[in-house]
Design a protein around this ligand. Structure first.
Ligand SMILES: *[C@@H]1O[C@H](CO)[C@@H](O)[C@H](O)[C@H]1NC(C)=O
Ligand SMILES: *[C@@H]1O[C@H](CO)[C@@H](O)[C@H](O)[C@H]1NC(C)=O
Ligand SMILES: *[C@@H]1O[C@H](CO)[C@@H](O)[C@H](O)[C@H]1NC(C)=O
Length: 491
């Protein structure tokens, strides 16, 4: 493997904020266009045995290590690698579209957590193959790369196969967003054949916080790219599945989901429901004051702790699957996330031949974990999730970036009631129009797949029969949903 020299790495031990760094002398001397930089027009030129390192004179701190990797979907070109942003190294899988890669949209996918690896999205939800046992994968016909080029990225550093050279870590979404914007920019700068294709940023669960902030960073970065005479990213939409975008909307929603028939018949005893109902206003008032109006870490923590005990506790004591209230949790949640397939994925990704095939950096020696609990704990300690993320969505919508908010109806943790609530409350130029738009059913193959409301750039949709991981439970419906979205059609 070619060694990548990171001259600046020792200097950025403490420098968590990676300034977007253009070497002005390179640009002003016109060297950018003078043949020194050869973008990798043809991905087919990449080798399978080793990484090729791609650099760009205008971006001395960023590079890409990429290799062609024949796995998972042999009908398309697949690549794996790292985007190196100084001392931080973000692992990605990239699958070209099964239709027309040059013309099709490009999708960025991240799982949530925080600390969750996007390998879970790839190998159990929307990727071109699914892990079926520790030793095998199977072609997945309903993959989102049916009509789009799709990325899966392990972020922030520390998650999955991503790592940092000096052990630094990221504990807020805003920090993670800087690396993601650099990643996206470096990718399109090198792979010109995708430049200009509509770009969608998609995620699930905690992705409801990540994605609006990542997309805002990419949007704001575009202005700087244009100023430097570089191509902006054609950011087209954000897509959020069962997201945590407005944590406040969830507390009253937890009551509704377990004590009223919005999803299934009420689950909890009347006595428990009455106690919960009475706790809701106190939780809201306290959390609003401590977390939203003023962000005071101690009073926010105290409020959240009260809300958790009174409003989430009674459901959690039942042992139902918090991601799908139609059934019990399979296995111990801390071990399997209620889905034993996650163990098979981990075993598959621990196989030395698989790690060699996809090019996991030799410095990553730990066993694979679906959710890195160190990263998770760092985000929780920073109270990252208790900021109102929906303002980013309003700002994106008002700049013409569309938003698809879809929700599997059986989920408890990031449920449809809370997600519908914040989309209705959202203040943006189309807010009134959205609130006045009727909700209607949407169909797949003549059957009702869920309900939807849409106005201007914003679409809300539920998926019946799906839990937290919509493409896992309802692959055909999920694919129809996203393909209609990419095509700009009504659901
Ligand atoms: C989890 O992340 C931390 C912080 O980035 C890192 O030091 C650690 O190696 C990661 N653990 C695993 C199991 O990947
Ligand atoms: C961006 O994508 C849209 C389709 O969403 C297309 O109409 C437009 O021409 C693209 N813009 C650029 C600059 O390539
Ligand atoms: C890694 O996984 C293997 C096999 O699953 C196990 O034997 C080993 O103890 C694990 N190592 C660590 C450090 O957890």
């Amino acid at each position: 493997m070619k060694v990548v020299h990171l001259a600046a790495s020792a200097l950025c031990l403490a420098g968590l904020s990676l300034a977007w760094n253009v070497d002005q002398s390179v640009l002003s001397e016109g060297r950018y266009d003078s043949g020194l930089f050869m973008p990798m027009e043809d991905l087919n030129a990449l080798l399978e045995s080793t990484f090729t390192t791609l650099e760009h004179p205008a971006f001395p701190k960023h590079s890409v290590r990429i290799k062609k990797t024949e796995f998972c979907d042999e009908t398309v070109n697949a690549y794996t690698g790292y985007i190196d942003v100084e001392a931080r190294h973000l692992f990605f899988y990239f699958f070209e579209s099964r239709s027309e890669p040059e013309k099709d949209d490009v999708v960025f996918w991240t799982n949530g957590g925080p600390g969750g690896s996007s390998s879970l999205g790839l190998f159990m939800e929307l990727g071109p193959c699914r892990v079926v046992s520790a030793d095998s994968t199977r072609f997945h016909p309903e993959s989102w790369n049916s009509k789009a080029n799709v990325f899966f990225i392990d972020q922030p550093v520390g998650v999955g196969f991503s790592y940092a050279s000096h052990g630094e870590y990221v504990s807020t979404t805003e920090e993670a967003a800087k690396d993601i914007a650099a990643f996206v920019h470096v990718f399109f700068e090198h792979f010109k054949k995708f430049q200009g294709n509509p770009f969608h940023m998609a995620g699930e669960s905690y992705g409801g916080r990540y994605i609006p902030i990542f997309a805002a960073e990419v949007y704001d970065q575009n202005r700087r790219l244009v100023e430097e005479g570089l191509q902006p990213i054609n950011l087209s939409s954000i897509m959020i599945g069962n997201g945590k975008t407005d944590f406040m909307s969830m507390y009253p929603a937890y009551y509704e989901v377990v004590c009223t028939p919005v999803t299934r018949d009420p689950i909890l005893d009347i006595a428990a429901c009455v106690r919960m109902k009475q706790a809701v206003p106190r939780c809201i008032e306290w959390a609003q004051k401590g977390c939203v109006d003023t962000f005071d870490m101690f009073s926010c923590q105290a409020a959240i702790s009260f809300c958790k005990t009174e409003i989430m506790g009674p459901f959690e004591a039942l042992g139902l699957n918090p991601y799908d209230i139609s059934g019990k949790c399979e296995g111990d949640e801390a071990d399997t996330l209620c889905y034993p397939i996650t163990k098979d994925i981990a075993h598959y990704l621990d196989r030395p031949d698989v790690r060699k095939l996809i090019g996991v950096d030799p410095s990553v020696t730990q066993n694979f974990t679906g959710v890195n609990m160190t990263v998770n704990a760092a985000f929780i300690a920073a109270m990252d999730g208790y900021h109102p993320t929906f303002h980013y969505v309003s700002n994106l919508l008002d700049r013409g970036i569309k938003a698809l908010i879809y929700v599997g109806k059986n989920d408890w943790i990031c449920n449809h009631v809370g997600n519908e609530r914040w989309t209705l409350d959202l203040e943006w130029s189309g807010g009134e129009g959205f609130r006045n738009s009727p909700k209607r059913e949407w169909l797949v193959g003549g059957k009702v797949a869920g309900e939807t409301r849409s106005f201007g750039g914003l679409t809300f949709a539920t998926v019946i029969g799906a839990g937290h991981m919509v493409p896992y439970d309802k692959p055909a419906e999920a694919l129809q949903l996203v393909n209609r979205w990419f095509a700009g059609e009504e659901l």
